[in-house]
Design a protein around this ligand. Structure first.
Ligand code: URP
Ligand code: ZN
Ligand code: ZN
Length: 456
């Protein structure tokens, strides 16, 4: 079995920073400490930070939506992931109406198998809650799917409050958890119709028709349903101060709620929509980008450990695909890439700006998602027995984010021209070096991660 000793680095964990060498044997970490006696080949990582491989628990690869399919499939999406230090993605297997969950899961296995360059797991997005779907839940857990997603918006996927309640109650039997896209569908649907009828069809109308209170109302309702069901839940891609206030209120009344945000809600604001179509449409995602005041509240929440994960909602489309909405912003496919830039952005604008610590970065990007999604300590830790998924991070130096250096197939980067501090030097996936000095060094070695119940 091949052995590698990563020597002289600083191991980062949510508990602290420790100068330690890491010995990898085959796919596993077998020792962490100083003065390890071994015949392993030595890789000098002095001056570098060693993070547990990052986990992006919110990606949409190869998703058919808005009469098109995302620009990134599992091949390009997971290449982009490893270039961003992500060794595991949790993608959303998505049930179409009328479909069985087993079919949706099988579809996602076919999409990912043999095409993935990082490890992958699946949440199951439920779009059609039926009695036979309820009966399939146990089989989902047996197959390693222990988290589910529901949408309070989008015609093709929306569930009613009653259906969400029923799902939550059912999941309690198995120890699962449900995440929700929280936006008020009725209000937003009408605002969008009125906007188009008035002739207000440019991308600038996207945030105007998805106001912050429409997120906050849905967060409150989702958490009211969770309270009634007495079930743990996750608010995904939380974007507003108002929505965050509802999360905190629910916690105060005893609801077990976890919350995720994404770099775009921390670093970009809705002024990007006041640009010509091709530029503005890159940023059309839902929920939309918000105000700087929202960003401040979300950063403060991260500082206080009051959010749980930072994911990306990577859901990419080319400019050509976005142009489906040239004459009507409601037809622009929603989403943007992000899996490749999350870590470097959180290091540059979180850690280096002293908004979060290195330890918190490790918690939000590695340990917390591993625990919340039932993969810890196989994933999310540099510990003896864990998978040897390791990001060798170079904190020195700086550069600029560009689409030219990115691996997404969408052809642009929402953070084009943005300064970055540090870089991802090397990435190991289960002991194999998959990325080094800007080059992908091993393709298609990703494997399915069958998950256990959330550790909550
Ligand atoms: O605009 C976005 N975020 N598209 C992806 C689907 C979702 O809502 O998470
Ligand atoms: Zn969503
Ligand atoms: Zn999403």
């Amino acid at each position: 079995m091949s052995k590698i000793l990563l020597k002289g680095g600083t191991v980062v964990s949510p508990k602290g920073l420790k100068k330690a060498d890491v010995l990898i044997s085959g796919e596993k970490i077998v020792a962490v400490g100083r003065h390890i006696r071994t015949d392993a080949s030595v890789v000098n990582v002095s001056g570098k930070l060693l993070f547990p491989g990052f986990i992006d628990a919110h990606t949409h690869f190869d998703l058919e939506v808005s009469d098109t399919v995302t620009a990134d499939d599992f091949a390009s999406g997971t290449i982009s992931a490893i270039a961003g230090g992500v060794t595991t993605v949790v993608d959303f297997a998505t049930q179409n109406k009328g479909e069985k969950l087993s079919d949706a899961l099988n579809n996602w296995h076919v999409k990912a198998f043999a095409h993935s360059s990082c490890d992958y797991a699946f949440h199951m997005a439920i779009s059609d809650w039926r009695e036979d779907v309820r009966a399939e839940l146990e089989a989902m857990f047996e197959q390693g799917v222990t988290s589910f997603k529901v949408y309070m918006i989008y015609d093709a996927m929306e569930l009613s409050d009653r259906e969400i309640y029923e799902l939550m109650v059912e999941l309690k039997k198995y120890g699962g958890i449900v995440g929700c896209h929280c936006e008020n569908s009725g209000v937003i649907g009408k605002l969008r119709e009125e906007s188009v009828a008035r002739g207000d069809v440019s991308p600038a109308n996207h945030p105007k028709t998805r106001p912050d209170y429409a997120e906050a109302e849905a967060v409150r309702r989702f958490l009211t349903i969770a309270q009634a069901a007495d079930a743990p839940v996750i608010v995904v891609h939380l974007s507003t101060a108002e929505g965050y206030a509802e999360v905190q209120r629910a916690r105060e009344r005893g609801v077990k709620v976890f919350a995720e945000t994404c770099p775009q809600y921390l670093l970009l604001d809705d002024s990007v929509y006041d640009q010509p179509f091709d530029e503005a449409s890159k940023y059309i995602c839902s929920p939309p980008l918000r105000k700087q005041d929202d960003q401040k509240v979300l950063w403060q929440a991260l500082k206080n450990n009051s959010l749980n994960t930072i994911s990306t909602d990577h859901c990419s489309f080319t400019i050509e695909q976005k142009r489906a909405g040239t004459d009507d912003f409601t037809k622009i496919p929603n989403g943007m890439p992000g899996v490749e830039t999350r870590a470097i952005l959180m290091y540059t604008y979180g850690v280096r700006k002293k908004r979060i610590t290195l330890q918190q970065m490790c918690a939000y990007l590695s340990e917390n998602p591993a625990k919340l999604y039932g993969m810890y300590p196989k994933k999310g830790a540099i510990k003896v027995g864990s998978d040897a998924d390791i990001v060798v991070f170079e904190p020195r130096g700086s550069g600029t984010i560009t689409a030219a250096a990115s691996h997404s197939q969408c052809g642009y980067n929402p953070f084009e021209g943005v300064r970055r501090e540090g870089s991802i030097d090397r990435v190991y996936l289960r002991g194999n070096m998959v990325y080094s000095a800007g080059e992908i060094t091993l393709l298609n070695s990703g494997r399915y991660v069958s998950r256990k119940k959330p550790m909550i």
